[in-house]
Design a protein around this ligand. Structure first.
Ligand code: ADP
Length: 301
């Protein structure tokens, strides 16, 4: 199986003409409560792309948690390693989107902070997997413990290092495949990724930490794919973008789903870019994640 260990958030999204300034109150429109969280988005993307997926995560005791978990199950995700933690809220993201399409996001980690190494240890069987997919919205120690345990059992460890932050070499040394976007790559390496030369240099710095495969996502420009120090840009699919929320999450979930089926790396990247391209043509996070048949249809065009 493929195991995703990571965050679950309830996204509260409100559209506003512009962001309120400190002390200001503004009336917005189109308020929506939607499922989000990088871990959840990526687990959904992997499952819809056709992989048998297990999700290790925590929710709180609030009213919405049950329907979130039911939603994962409806997508075919194995939810047996999702714990309900008493006394905390499910992770929350308060998202403001302005008329320029920019966003601000305030997070309350809630139950995501309760996915500790001790709690993870209760789901040891989940780390007996072919691939482990991680992001950075749960405690770093938990990611470290998960990577160590899965690696010891022969799994491929895939890290989407988002949101952007610096990381200890100890974690990077356990990673087989890393998928930063431009901002995240710069935060990890100190190398600005403004062009192909920058991408190659940042990828080189990540290879030097012991990571075999580096994929830097470049938005509409596609990805920089680097293996054994040999890098090249792979363009994505040309689509009319309406909302790029969860493009990276869709890319990651679809990528590991394709690798789970032993597709060659270049083919898996193409599959993942097709999935991500579809997601940007639709609004929302999990609502925008495509199914395998849709991805295959775009690939056959
Ligand atoms: P993130 O959302 O994490 O910042 P990116 O913006 O780099 O990630 O997007 C991830 C992937 O999604 C890209 O590598 C690309 O394949 C696809 N993608 C993103 N934006 C577009 C777009 N406007 N058109 C087509 N594909 C896109």
């Amino acid at each position: 199986t493929l195991t995703v260990a990571g965050s679950i958030n309830i996204d509260h999204v409100i559209r506003l003409p512009q962001f309120p300034r400190p002390g200001e109150t503004l009336t917005g429109r189109d308020y929506r409560i939607v499922p989000g969280g990088k871990g959840a988005n990526q687990a959904v993307a992997a499952a819809r792309a056709g992989a048998a997926t297990r999700f290790v995560a925590c929710v709180g005791e609030d009213a919405l948690a049950g329907s979130l978990v039911a939603g994962f199950a409806a997508d075919g995700i194995d939810t047996t390693a999702i714990d309900t933690v008493a006394g905390v809220n499910t992770g929350v993201a308060l998202i403001q989107v302005n008329d320029a399409g920019e966003n601000t996001i305030a997070l309350a980690a809630g139950a995501n902070a309760e996915l500790t190494p001790d709690r993870l240890a209760r789901h040891a069987e989940a780390l007996h997997c072919k691939q482990l997919l991680l992001q950075l919205e749960i405690p770093l120690d938990t990611n470290l413990a998960a990577a160590r345990a899965a690696k010891a059992r022969g799994a491929r460890v895939v890290l989407n290092p988002a949101p952007a932050r610096a990381l200890p070499d100890e974690l990077l040394a356990l990673v087989d495949l890393i998928t930063p976007n431009e901002t995240e790559a710069e935060r990890l390496t100190g190398v600005a990724v403004n062009d192909d030369a920058g991408a190659a240099a940042a990828a080189g710095a990540l290879h030097a930490k012991g990571i075999a495969v580096v994929i830097i996502t470049l938005g509409a420009r596609g990805v920089w794919l680097s293996e054994q120090g040999q890098g090249r840009r792979v363009p994505g699919f040309s689509v009319q973008a309406v909302d790029t929320t969860a493009a990276g999450d869709t890319f990651n979930g679809a990528l590991v789903a394709a690798l789970q089926q032993d597709r060659p790396l270049a083919e898996a990247v193409r599959f993942a870019q097709a999935a991500a391209a579809i997601s940007v043509t639709r609004p929302g996070a999990q609502t925008s994640v495509p199914y395998r048949a849709e991805i295959e249809a775009l690939l056959e065009q």
